[in-house]
Ligand binder design. Sequence first.
Ligand SMILES: Nc1ncnc2c1ncn2[C@@H]1O[C@H](COP(=O)(O)OP(=O)(O)O)[C@@H](O)[C@H]1O
Ligand SMILES: [Mg+2]
Length: 279
Amino acid sequence: MLIIEDLEKTYGKVRAVKGLNLAIAQGEFFGLLGPNGAGKSTTVRMLSTLTPPTSGSVSIAGKRMDRNLTEIKRTIGVVPQHNNLDGEMSAWENLELHGRLFGLGKEERRGRIQELLIFTELEERAHDLVRTFSGGMKRKLMIARALMHRPAVLLLDEPTVGLDPAVRRKMWDLLKTLKAEGLTVLLTTHYIEEAEILCDRVGLMHEGRLIELDTPRNLIAKSGTIVLEHFTQGVTTSEFFATREEALSRAASLEGSVNIRPANLEDVFIQLTNRRVSE
Ligand SMILES: Nc1ncnc2c1ncn2[C@@H]1O[C@H](COP(=O)(O)OP(=O)(O)O)[C@@H](O)[C@H]1O
Ligand SMILES: [Mg+2]
């Protein structure tokens, strides 16, 4: 559905994205995970047609981006990292404007706006100015707007950053529903839990490169499913084990405080990036 080949983006001397290769299947929920500055937003901005790649190619639904810009724009829905709604317009008007830009007819616009406001639980605020909305409501409206023209691929850059935990969980349910309906989704996040909960596959990005790519479960299995944390002389070290029994027998030989727990994606990420940094 989405094919990225040797994608590069350079800003002056900064190589924000370095030779990215990636194929995302139809209906897949894919996560680009990485710390700030890893190149996630730059990647999404290129896929969103907002910034041209320095080199490399992108194809979406069989169309190359450099030759079919208009068609590609119809195929994708984009939720950028920063709010770009018009605060002086109502929720309805923001959606209406987007529907017009994409050439939807009057009746179709009305039906789609109603449907999406119900889906995002914003129908009661439909005619209020967006500047009066909470952060979570604005984010949901941005998703509704991205879906107006029924894209096949949804691109979301940090969709839950800055939201409180309860709102974040609601947002996850919204995204899971879209995935269940067959949408292909690519999101970026620096929340490991989010990638673990939502994504079929995760690409770990570090300094402009994809350093690992797999299902969350396989990534965790690769580094070891059990973590033993050992705190001694002011420093915590982590060791990975395939089974709890192995971790326990190791713990028996250690002094100081020891904690044994299941590994998560964060452990994998730290293990990989430490290895990269020291290589
Ligand atoms: N418009 C820009 N001009 C110059 N440098 C940029 C620009 N956008 C991003 N960068 C740089 O590219 C790198 C990757 O940034 P970004 O893609 O925003 O990372 P992420 O979204 O993973 O935090 C950073 O070093 C950032 O400073
Ligand atoms: Mg970013």
